[in-house]
Design a protein around this ligand. Structure first.
Ligand SMILES: [Zn+2]
Length: 177
């Protein structure tokens, strides 16, 4: 079995609103790397000619397009963060640049959201691959690895959004505002 991996870098800012004593309460930023690990869902025998998957290139285009144009240079906030009201009232033009997670935007929830999102893209593009692991490197000494079922990992019972939230949808969205 082959496992295909690719990595993309992006800059982001966030704050962890619910840990008021922590230094992450103050908005700040990181340059992060997201690495996705993909396996074929069916037969992954090479064709003996090109010996590579065109689907892989298609997927890379969608995924990197999303990271580069919709995730890079955004601000990640909890859906409970009062800064949201500030943006709604004073800078509504910047709302599309806010990534909103149910609860604080930790690297853990981010990794699970990325996992869900890339699998939504794969399904929509009818690509016979699935993501089995996501690594988010927040700093050179701090990486979160997620594998498993993101729907079990993300608590979004109180999340105010549609039945299918942004991380489950194969569109370019990063919030449900
Ligand atoms: Zn941070």
């Amino acid at each position: 079995m082959f496992e295909l991996c690719f990595t993309r870098r992006y800059s982001m800012s966030h704050r962890l609103y619910n840990i008021k004593q922590g230094k992450c309460y103050v908005p700040h930023g990181h340059n992060e790397y997201v690495k996705v690990h993909l396996v074929a869902t069916g037969d992954d025998r090479l064709d003996g000619v090109s010996n590579m998957s065109n689907q892989f290139e298609t997927l890379k285009k969608t995924w990197h397009g999303w990271i580069d144009n919709f995730v890079d240079h955004t601000m990640q906030l909890s859906d409970q963060d009062p800064l949201l009201s500030y943006f709604k009232e004073n800078e509504p033009e910047n709302l599309p640049r806010l990534m909103i997670t149910p609860g604080d935007p930790t690297t853990e929830v981010l990794a699970a959201c990325f996992f869900s999102k890339i699998n939504a893209f794969l399904k929509a593009d009818d690509i016979n691959m699935k993501c089995v692991r996501v690594d988010v490197e927040e700093t050179p000494t701090n990486t979160v690895v997620f594998h498993g079922d993101p729907d079990q990992a993300i608590s979004f019972g109180d999340y105010d959004g549609p039945d299918v939230p942004w991380w489950q949808r194969a569109d370019m969205s990063i919030n449900d505002l």
